[in-house]
Design a protein around this ligand. Sequence first.
Ligand code: RP5
Length: 168
Amino acid sequence: MSATVMVLMGSANDWEVMREVGVELGKLGIAWEAHIASAHRSLTRTVDLVRRAEAAGIKVFVCGAGMAAHLAGVVAATTVRPVIGVPLPGGVADGLDALLATVQMPGGVPVATVAVGKAGARNAAVLAAQMLALGDAALAERLTEAKAAQAQAVEEADAVLPRGGGWA
Ligand code: RP5
C-alpha cells in the first residue's frame, strides 16, 4: 500500500510528539511516511520533498514544528493539497509561539491548524483521515466506529468512577 499522508517535522526532536500522528493513522489503516524537513535549515530539500511526494500520490501533508514554526506554511506555499499544521511545545512561550506562527497564515494560503502537542498530533491524523474518507467509504466506516468506541470509553470510565452520594 503506498502512502497517502506525508508527516513532516522540522527537527528530529519533534518526533516524540509527531509519532502520535503515525500511531493514529496506523489505527485507521492509512499508509503514511515521515521525514525531517526544516523550513529554515533545509528549505530547498523541503520543497523538493513536497514536489516528489505529490508525484508519488501523497494527498495530505501533516507538518509539525516548534518555535518560529514555518514548516506548514512553506509546504502550503508549495502545494495545493491540504496541509495540516501541528504546533509543538517548547520555545519561549511553550507552543503558543508555534501556534501563532502556524495558524496566522495570510489569506489564500491556508494551514488547518490543530492543538499544540500530542492532542494536536492525534487530531491531525483524524482530520487527515476525514479528508481522505470523503472518497473512501470503508475509511469513513472505520472513523465512525472509532468515534463510537471513544463514546463507549467515556461511558465505561463514568461507570467505574467512585461516587460520593449517589443520585443516578
Ligand atoms: C523548529 O525548531 C523545529 O520544528 C523544532 O521544534 C524547533 C527546534 O529545533 P531543534 O533545535 O530542537 O532541532 O524548526
